[in-house]
Design a protein around this ligand. Structure first.
Ligand code: PLP
Length: 380
């Protein structure tokens, strides 16, 4: 049997796997399980976007493209960043990747030497620390609390900086907490990065799924020390198309292109044409999706709280973090009971560094949400 690398052995197996495999097993046995664990909009990709993909196929746009993406898409992304975020990036300062995930991965591979530290506010999206570790770095966590609305204190971030710190990774609106950082927090973090010569990696994947707050792009406050990550998955219901992008300082974008050139090459050509159409003209879809998510958020938050499961109101994204300590002190056990007895699949907070909490995704129909809440209610 061929050996595996030390790198892969260090990759932590996910504690959510147990619950996910149990959900699949139950489904296979014919049990009707409601899935509230997935992180993707339940809406279909808008028709005009699909049509752009058909058109790309019909006209033979099915070959390799430049490694960093077709010029027209990078130009459209530059225009979007100016129009929506007030940021000035040239198409050369933009790179198109196979999902936001690959943009983050390429960035960390380009940045980190063994032992370099990356500061990550917790609770975090599960892939961040794993990607940092895989790239040879060391994740350093700064905890935030549900009781404080998961607000991030920039002074705590400053206190976590050491001479090995290379980057700070933030995600606003956040998966899983739904927190949206205020302008002052983001500005302080950029100032810290500029002062200490660090990179602020700002994952803005959920920027359009934001309810009453205003999304603020970090690069507004210090272009040289910020890498902006975004993509089509969450914004335009395009998870399967695998288009993400990064915009940032030229030397870093060039390094990321070099990694991509020797690994995956360009992102899917047809999907690039679809994303171009989505980014150019999707306001209607964005407004529609936001209002649907808002209705569901309001409903699920009020129902869970009235059931006696404390659930703060998220300001963005499409997840709620639920305090399940009244079901079981251990969130994996609570998630298991909700699955086995309630037939609802949710994600325990363990891998997000959110003990005593589960994450429920409300990116599913109102009917499913109502049914799932009834099932959780009877379990209680
Ligand atoms: N960043 C965050 C916070 C996410 O939740 C996700 C997807 O779940 C991604 C990035 C990656 O998205 P994709 O690779 O589909 O663009």
């Amino acid at each position: 049997r061929a050996k595996l690398s030390q790198k892969i052995q260090a990759l932590k197996p996910s504690s959510t796997v147990a619950v996910t495999s149990r959900a699949l097993e139950l489904k296979r046995q014919g049990v009707d399980v409601i899935s509230m664990s997935v992180g993707e909009p339940d809406f279909d990709t808008p028709d005009h976007v699909k049509e752009a993909a058909h058109q790309a196929i019909r006209t033979g746009k099915t070959k390799y493209t430049p490694v960093n993406g077709i010029f027209e898409l990078r130009e459209t992304i530059s225009e979007k960043l100016l129009r929506e975020n007030n940021l000035t990036y040239t198409p050369e300062q933009v790179t198109v990747t196979s999902g936001g995930k690959q943009a983050l991965f390429n960035a960390l591979m380009a940045l980190l030497d063994p032992g370099d530290e990356v500061i990550i506010p917790a609770p975090f999206w599960v892939s961040y620390p794993e990607m940092v570790t895989f790239a040879g770095g060391v994740p350093v966590f700064v905890d935030t609390l549900a009781e404080e609305g998961y607000a991030l204190d920039p002074e705590k971030v400053r206190a976590a900086v050491t001479d090995r710190t290379v980057a700070i990774m933030i995600n606003s609106p956040s998966n899983p907490t739904g927190v949206v950082y205020p302008e002052a927090t983001i500005r302080s973090l950029v100032e810290l990065c500029t002062e200490k010569n660090l990179l602020l990696i700002t994952d803005e994947m959920y920027e359009h799924i934001i309810y009453d707050e205003k999304h603020v792009s970090a690069a507004l406050y210090g272009w040289d020390n910020v890498l902006t990550i975004n993509g089509a998955s969450k914004a335009y219901a395009m998870t399967g198309w695998r288009i993400g992008y990064a915009a940032g300082p030229q030397h870093l974008i060039k390094a990321m292109n070099a990694i991509q050139g020797q690994s995956t090459s360009n992102a899917n050509s047809v999907a690039q044409y679809a994303a171009l159409e989505a980014i150019r003209d999707s306001q209607q879809y964005i407004d529609f999706a936001r209002e649907k998510f808002r209705e569901r958020r309001d409903f699920i938050v009020s129902e869970l709280n009235s059931m006696g499961l404390p659930t703060p109101t998220p300001q963005g994204a499409f997840y709620v973090m639920v305090d399940t300590t009244s079901i079981h002190a251990d969130e994996i056990e609570a998630a298991r009971r909700i699955l086995d007895e309630g037939r609802v699949a949710v994600v325990p907070g363990t891998d997000f560094r959110a003990p005593g909490r589960i994450r429920i995704s409300y990116a599913t129909s109102m009917e499913n949400i109502q049914e799932a809440l009834q099932r959780i209610g009877s379990l209680l």
